[in-house]
Each structure stands twice: as structure tokens, then as C-alpha cells.
Design a protein around this ligand. Structure first.
Ligand code: WT7
Length: 626
């Protein structure tokens, strides 16, 4: 199938699109594009001229099939283990139609942008699909972002409406979401381009408190209600009709804007369009996770990330799948929560991230043994290179040595290098390397769900991905193709280490260090060196209770010497109680490089989850063992 998809894309996609509903056919080629900046603007069109509706494809068609309407779309599992519910496909359709009508009644129209700032609750899915149903572009902002970040994103995509909630619990911590949203809107008001007219508030905690009669908590949030803009979700939904005619939009109509993780700079508003995204999330879900009718699927990512958009919402629904929708934290109220949920819902396919696996690995096998994970059939991971240590643990301990692991490389911009994806490995002159090789990872042609632009900044879109090597989409990752034709992603190009003229990947050195039994997590960056040009500076998080002694440092160095060679011997090893990470769990090595140099100017840090980590690392710099 892959061979056909790259050699004869028209026929390949032409057949696949028949499985979806089109209100009218395309007017030209199925996949039409220009990847070469020297020949004009970069563009990608998939099924251009055809009209369709993604929500109709996911829900209406499914519920029309016999029995499918009664099938569970989501098992919602709240922050507290006893707080859960199940939503069928027909209930989902009803709620989506109602909210789509609410949006229409408030004057929201096709092409308008709506910001959604919610925890992982069913209303988040209703809101995003309601937007899709009426051709409105959703811009979801992860509920862990600050008022400042929310404000930036609202302004950048000029949203006219915000959907949020009163509050929620993240573990034991009460998050007063409405208060943060208020602060964001207040900040926005001072800036030009601000157009938010309404704020719809889901009474998530309010509902919970009422249900549990927890009077003591009733005033805990002290909501400020702005009667000019704020509206109550429940109230609006009560009066809304359950019938809603979908808006038939062009295949290339925008579906959503989502901001990149910001690990390499200021977040970009990636724009995705309807048809290509629908087809690609649908088929990647089906083939990569080998989806079958009675599977229970769980992707642990928050819907606020591209992984959640694609594999909590669109991909599973396009296949009529049953998924777990999890609001809480994987270690709350106890460290075995992930395993408990797998057992409770008999999860068959699990999709998570290397950072989660490393965190669980650090806590040992004890908690795993308490639960029955026999239902698992396939494991997936994505987000960062997975080190062999974590892969082996995932495979043996969680998968009991019986589940294949799908390591899926993709980006907010791209989605899977899968059907239609033709990778190339380039050297620094942009020349394509053949057979076994190492270099820049690029793609030679588009696939249906590649990003279409950076919202409001097409120039940045072309510069970031297409200008450096005309004719190629450049990922910004380095990779090695081995003798069997496998691609090993070795990390971001910006994170490469050049020691005495030898190019090393941070992933390679980190993987060697991770093999030491005292190490929980590490990050390696380059540091200027008078002789070598660059040398290696390591930030090491040790397992609970361990101390970074001289002997551990020496052992770590010899690990690297053994595994990679003397050239890679670290010059500095610094203890790191925590590492600076984006809210999606990616290590921000560009910040570590600055810390290593004691450089206080850190650049854009708006996506950093815990800024205090940075202060601690600065204060402990002096103790780095040279
Ligand atoms: C960057 C994209 C969950 C992926 C979508 C969100 C890194 C992603 C892998 C993997 C090695 C990976 C790359 C990529 N990455 N998946 N399986 N192996 N590296 O991702 O926030 O848009 O970031 O994540 O560096 O360019 P994103």
C-alpha cells in the first residue's frame, strides 16, 4: 500500500476517499501541490473543490448504521477514580448538534475562529466537533497554559468566542480556570485585534460540587461573572435544538489552528484543513494501531496537543472506535493509576509518550504487578526519541513481552510518515543521500494532512520548512537510515553536538547515560570549548534519594566512553532535580544550553511548564562536576 501511495498517489487516494462522504466531487486533481519555493508559493491541495463535513463523516454516518449509535464512543474517567461516565455515538451527535446550534444562535459563522480552553471533559469534544460541524475553526489551548499564553493565542488567531470552564482538579490541585480565562481576556483588551465577544462557561466543578453536595466547597472558586460577555453552557444547551444541518465546506476549508510546542522558539499557529486531516487521521488510526471493532483504545495525550486532536478525537471517531477519555493525572491518586485504568476498561491499544514511560519506569515494577494488563495488544509511543532502556521496559513490563510497539514519529505539522510519505536524508548541502546514511530528515512530497500554513504568517511557513533546501519539506530533525531501511530519529537538528568536528546526536549520548541504574532522566547539550569547539554538558536527574557523587559522575563518563567512544566523554555533569520541559513533556534543550553558559537571556519561555526548575538549575551550576 505504501509503494502504491508514493508511486501512484492519484489512484491510491482516489480509492481511499470513496470510503468517506462527499457532498460534491473535487474539481481538479486529488493531490495538487508545489513544494519548491524557487517555483512560486508553496501550497498543498487535497480534494480541492469537493465539499464535505468532517463531523458528518464521524458522527451522522456512524449513527445511521445499525447498532453503531448505541456503541460507546468514550469512557470518560475523571480526576477522581469514582467520577466516570460513558457516552454513546448517538449521545455525542446530539450534544454536538446542540452546541453547534448554540454557536450559530450567537452569530458565529463559517470561517470564524473559536478558542477552547477546557480540561479533558466531554464538553471539550462537543465544542470542537460543533465548530467543525458549522465550518468554524477551533483553536484549542491546553488548560495548563497561563493567562499570558492564552491571550497570545487568542489574539494571534483573532478568536471571536472563548469556551472555558469554571475550574477543575488536577490531582489535588484546584485550578480556577475561569479566573485565568478572565485574566487572559483582560490582557487581550489592551491589545489591538481583540474581538472576543462572548465567553461560554461549562460548570464542570459546579456540577461536581452540586452532585456531591459538597457545600463546604461551594464558594471555593469565587467566580467573577461578567454579565455582558459570560454565558452559562448548561443554560444555553437546555434550550438548543438537537437537529443541526452541517455546513458543507470545501475540502481545503480550515479545520483548526494549533500552536506548536515551542521547543525550538516562539509557538507557530499551525493550520490544518478538513479533508486531508480527516482521511489521514482515519487511516493512520486504522492501520498503525490495527484497529478492530471491539478494541478499547486509550491515548493518554491531552486533547490540547496534536496527538490528542488526532488520536483522542478525530482518528478514533472516524473509525467508530471506543476510547478512554482521561481528565486526570497518571500518578494520582496513586502511582498505579495508568494500570488501574487499563484494567478497568480492558484497554487493548495504548498510546503514550517516552516521558511517561520513563516516569513510570522510575517507580519500578511494583505498581504494575498489582493490576491485570492482559487485555493489551498493541503499544504506541510518540513525541521524542525513545531510548532503548525505556523501550525495553515498556515492552517487557507493561506489554508483558507480547505487544508490538509502534514508535510513531510525527509533528504537529505533519502526522505520520505513512502512506504517501517519501522521506529523504540530506547532507548539509541539501544533497540527497542514498542507502545507509545520516543527516537532515526531509520529505519529498506532501501527504494529505500536512500543515497548509502558519496562521497569519505564510512567510514563516515557507522559511521554516521549505527555504533551506528547495523542493523539500524540512522537519528540523536529524536521522539515520540503517541497512534495513529503518529511520532512526536522533533528535532536533538544533540539539546536535559537534565535538572536535564529530557530529553526535543528543539522543545517542543520553541513551548511554540512561543505562546507569541511578539515572532517572538526562538531557545533554553542547557547550563552547576552546579546543574541541563544543564539548558535552549533561544534566542528570537521579532516581529518588540518589545523590550525584564523584563516583557516579565517573561511572557515567565511562558509560559514554564505552558505548560511544572517548570522543563523547562528557566535560560537565550537573545534578538536575528537574528538567525544563514544555507542557507536552518535551525537554527544552535550548534553555539548558543557555544555563550551561550561565546566560540569563532565555528567549521565549511561554510554553515552559515549571519555570522554577530553571532557577534551581542556575543556582546549582557551579557544582557541575568537570
Ligand atoms: C517533534 C514534533 C507526538 C508527535 C506529535 C507532536 C519529535 C515526535 C517522535 C518519535 C523521535 C519524535 C521530533 C518532531 N518526535 N515523535 N517517535 N521519535 N522524535 O509533536 O510537538 O509537533 O513535535 O517531536 O523532534 O520534529 P510536536
Amino acid at each position: 500500500m505504501h509503494k502504491k501511495s508514493v508511486e501512484n498517489p492519484e489512484e491510491f487516494w482516489g480509492e481511499l476517499v470513496q470510503e468517506f462522504y462527499w457532498n460534491s466531487p473535487p474539481t481538479g486533481a486529488i493531490l495538487d501541490y508545489n513544494f519548491d519555493v524557487t517555483k512560486g508559493n508553496v501550497y498543498v491541495n487535497f480534494m480541492k473543490g469537493a465539499t464535505t463535513n468532517i463531523c458528518y463523516n464521524l458522527l451522522d454516518r456512524k449513527t445511521q448504521e445499525t447498532d453503531q449509535g448505541e456503541k460507546i464512543a468514550y469512557y470518560w474517567e475523571g480526576n477522581e477514580p469514582h467520577d466516570c461516565s460513558a457516552i454513546t455515538y448517538s449521545q455525542l451527535l446530539t450534544e454536538v448538534c446542540k452546541f453547534a446550534n448554540v454557536l450559530r444562535s450567537l452569530g458565529v459563522q463559517k470561517g470564524d475562529r473559536v478558542a477552547i480552553y477546557l480540561p479533558v471533559i466531554p464538553e471539550l469534544i462537543y465544542a470542537m466537533l460543533a465548530c467543525a460541524r458549522i465550518g468554524v475553526v477551533h483553536s484549542i489551548v491546553f488548560a495548563g497554559f497561563s493567562a499570558e499564553s492564552l491571550c497570545d493565542r487568542i489574539l494571534d488567531s483573532q478568536c471571536i468566542l472563548l469556551v472555558t470552564a469554571d475550574g477543575f482538579y488536577r490531582g489535588e490541585k484546584l485550578i480556577n480556570l475561569k479566573q485565568i480565562a478572565d485574566a487572559a481576556l483582560e490582557k487581550c483588551k489592551c491589545k489591538k485585534g481583540f474581538v472576543v465577544k462572548r465567553c461560554i462557561v461549562v460548570q464542570h466543578l459546579g456540577n461536581k460540587l452540586r452532585k456531591s453536595q459538597g457545600k463546604a466547597h461551594c464558594n471555593i472558586l469565587q467566580l467573577f461573572w461578567n454579565s455582558e460577555t459570560d454565558m452559562c453552557w448548561e443554560f444555553l444547551m437546555k434550550n438548543a435544538s438537537e437537529q443541526c444541518e452541517p455546513e458543507w465546506v470545501d475540502a481545503e476549508h480550515p479545520l483548526f489552528i494549533l500552536y506548536t510546542s515551542g521547543s525550538t522558539g516562539k509557538p507557530k499557529g499551525v493550520l490544518h484543513t478538513v479533508a486531508g486531516y480527516l482521511i489521514y487521521t482515519a487511516i493512520s488510526f486504522k492501520y498503525i494501531f490495527d484497529y478492530h471493532d471491539n478494541d478499547v483504545y486509550w491515548c493518554t495525550a491531552d486533547i490540547g496537543w496534536i496527538t490528542g486532536h488526532s488520536y483522542v478525537t478525530y482518528g478514533p471517531l472516524a473509525n467508530g472506535a471506543t476510547s478512554v477519555l482521561f481528565e486526570g493525572l497518571l500518578l494520582y491518586p496513586h502511582v498505579g493509576r495508568l494500570y488501574e485504568i487499563i484494567e478497568k476498561y480492558k484497554v487493548t491499544k495504548l498510546y503514550t509518550a517516552p516521558t511517561v514511560i520513563r516516569m513510570l519506569m522510575r517507580l519500578g515494577e511494583g505498581p504494575v504487578r498489582k493490576f491485570n494488563l492482559k487485555s493489551l495488544k498493541i503499544l504506541g509511543c510518540a513525541g521524542e526519541p525513545i531510548n532503548p532502556e525505556a523501550w525495553t521496559w515498556y515492552y517487557n513490563v507493561i506489554g508483558n513481552g507480547q505487544c508490538p510497539i509502534m514508535d510513531t514519529f510525527w509533528q504537529t505539522e505533519t502526522t505520520f510518515p505513512f502512506f504517501g510519505v517519501l522521506p529523504a536524508v540530506l547532507n548539509e548541502h541539501g544533497e540527497e543521500l542514498q542507502a545507509e546514511a545520516e543527516g537532515y530528515l526531509a520529505f519529498k512530497q506532501p501527504w494529505p494532512s500536512i500543515l497548509r500554513t502558519v496562521y497569519g504568517d505564510n512567510e514563516r511557513f515557507e522559511t521554516t520548512y521549505f527555504k533551506q533546501f528547495p523542493g523539500f519539506y524540512l522537519t528540523g530533525d536529524s536521522c539515520r537510515r540503517d541497512g534495513d531501511g529503518y529511520y532512526w530519529i536522533t533528535g532536533r537538528v538544533d540539539d546536535m553536538l559537534n565535538v572536535s568536528g564529530h557530529l553526535l546526536s543528543s539522543a545517542e549520548v543520553e541513551s548511554a547515560l540512561s543505562e546507569h541504574s541511578a539515572v532517572a532522566e538526562v538531557a545533554v547539550v553542547s557547550h563552547p570549548h576552546p579546543m574541541k569547539g563544543e564539548c558535552i554538558y549533561c544534566f542528570v536527574t537521579l532516581k529518588d534519594g540518589r545523590e550525584l557523587t564523584k563516583s557516579i559522575s565517573d561511572e557515567l563518563k565511562s558509560k559514554v566512553r564505552q558505548k560511544i567512544g572517548p570522543i563523547a566523554t562528557p566535560d560537565f555533569i550537573q545534578n538536575a532535580p528537574g528538567l525544563p520541559k514544555t507542557r507536552s513533556g518535551k525537554i527544552m534543550r535550548r534553555i539548558l544550553r543557555r544555563i550551561a553558559c550561565n546566560e540569563k537571556e532565555l528567549g521565549d519561555v511561554s510554553t515552559l511548564i515549571d519555570p522554577t526548575v530553571v532557577d534551581v538549575l542556575f543556582s546549582q551550576r557551579g557544582q557541575a562536576a568537570a
